[in-house]
Design a protein around this ligand. Structure first.
Ligand code: BGC
Length: 451
């Protein structure tokens, strides 16, 4: 059912698991993977993963964000993680930026500053040069949508800014510039020798019109896709520029509200490396689905909600599990994979995140989550077999219960339970972890037989 070299993975992110060593400003311990890495490796082996997705902490490696000062202990830590993985026959997929920007760079304007792109490029080159002899799958930036919209428009993710209607577009733009510069650096300096592949992880829900035959709902769905998936995937995979319906919707709204500045959606400069073609595969983070209809805006205030003029609706038949935003819709993944194949020129796809959470009371025997993994992997198999999508791998989110951003430790996505009340932060496999391990072993075994 799955290709011979299919990647069976699980993922984590530095800030969500590593914690900080004594003496640094932030006392968060998270899963203390900085000290308990060997325990994580045991979990990875227990699952039988072929791949493990981790992120590097930019601040741990380069404390002021620049290559002027390198923290050798950070380099040693990641060298050990990568070497240990390879020694156990597990391939690392490494994300360079997963929501944790060095404070020194935030103080200089963070992702809103145009300079961030070259700073990111230097950091990326540092990582390619230091770890690229062993890392063959790279993700530059995780979910630019989340950092741009939730971090700079809604203020619910770091850096917590609420600057609606302007900042998110600027941030998204600088993230695309940063990603493209890093991809071009890899392509021209490192690719021939290192032979790896580089992409950015784009999150997307599967979207459908609320009423299948309703023209307004269909148009709203197109707009919503353009302002989410299309915002980042269209420039990289299709034209080198933003979807036209996104730009025209933003400009029309500016005009309506008498905003006289230049377009709030920046333009790519011809003097910079092109954005088009800067992904060697499609990295998709999928969690949930939505129905879409035209929506209300924010009145006289500029905001993305008014620009896109859409509303997301949950289908009552979709179960909500754990967090309120997460309607569990495994078949949405299959549909989205087909949509990506048709819209973005049939790319190789890695599903770089997928999962669902539980909130208390916690169950180690989490039967519902086990079913979810079974259903989802079946949908991925159908996408490959019946729809001809070139899916190359699947990474469950997450290896461990971890620091779930604004929800802290209350929301758990792990295949392993972490006891945050225990000083040893002990890890215990959930039923869903056992189920995932069983599936991996079954499908890997099928792959062996085919050989
Ligand atoms: C992020 C993860 C997060 C997960 C669940 C994704 O948006 O990449 O860091 O834990 O969703 O909320």
């Amino acid at each position: 059912m799955f290709p011979r070299d299919f990647a069976w993975g699980a993922g984590t992110a530095a800030y969500q698991i590593e914690g900080r060593v004594f003496g640094e400003q932030n006392g968060d311990v998270a899963c203390n993977s900085y000290e308990l890495w060997e325990k994580d490796l045991e979990c990875i082996q227990q699952l039988g993963l072929t791949h493990y997705r981790l992120s590097l902490s930019w601040a741990r490696l380069l404390p002021d964000g620049t290559t002027r000062r390198v923290n050798q202990k950070g380099v040693q830590y990641y060298n050990k993680v990568i070497d240990d993985l390879l020694a156990c026959n597990v391939s690392p997929m490494v994300t360079l930026y997963h929501f944790d920007l060095p404070q020194a760079l935030q103080d200089q304007g963070g992702w809103k500053s145009p300079d961030i792109a070259t700073l990111f490029d230097s950091y990326a080159k540092f990582c390619f040069r230091t770890f690229g002899d062993r890392v063959k799958l790279w993700i530059t930036i995780n979910e630019p949508y989340v950092c741009a919209k939730l971090g700079h428009e809604d203020g619910i993710h770091a850096p917590g800014l609420k600057e609606p209607g302007i900042a998110a577009y600027l941030v998204g733009h600088n993230m695309l510039r940063a990603h493209a510069m890093a991809w071009h650096s890899y392509n021209s300096i490192y690719r021939t020798e290192q032979k790896g592949a580089v992409s950015l992880a784009i999150n997307s829900d599967w979207l459908e019109p609320l009423h299948a035959g309703c023209t307004e709902d269909i148009a709203a769905t197109y707009r919503h896709f353009a302002f989410t998936l299309g915002w980042f995937a269209w420039p990289v995979f299709v034209t080198g520029d933003y979807p036209e319906i996104m730009r025209s919707a933003i400009n029309a709204q500016s005009k309506k509200l008498g905003y006289n500045g230049s377009s709030r959606l920046p333009s790519f400069s011809k003097d910079e490396p092109s954005i088009l073609g800067t992904a060697d595969f499609f990295a998709l983070n999928y969690y949930t689905s939505r129905k879409v209809k035209p929506g209300e805006g924010c009145g006289k205030i500029l905001c993305m909600k008014s620009d896109r003029h859409t509303e997301e609706v949950l289908d009552p038949s979709w179960p909500i599990c754990g967090v309120s935003w997460l309607a569990v819709v495994p078949h949405g993944l299959r549909k989205l994979l087909k949509y990506i194949k048709d819209t973005f020129n049939h790319p190789a796809v890695y599903i770089t995140e997928n999962g669902f959470s539980q909130v208390g009371p916690l169950q180690i025997e989490d039967a519902q989550r086990s079913e979810f993994y079974k259903d989802t992997i079946l949908e991925v198999a159908k996408a490959i077999q019946e729809d001809g999508v070139n899916v190359r791998g699947y990474f469950a989110w997450s290896l461990l219960d971890n620091f779930e951003w604004a929800d802290g430790f209350s929301v758990r996505f792990g295949l392993f339970h972490v006891d945050f009340a225990d000083a040893k932060l002990s890890r215990t496999i959930y039923q869903s972890g056992r189920e995932y391990a069983k599936m991996i072993s079954k499908y890997k075994c099928g792959q062996e037989e085919k050989r």
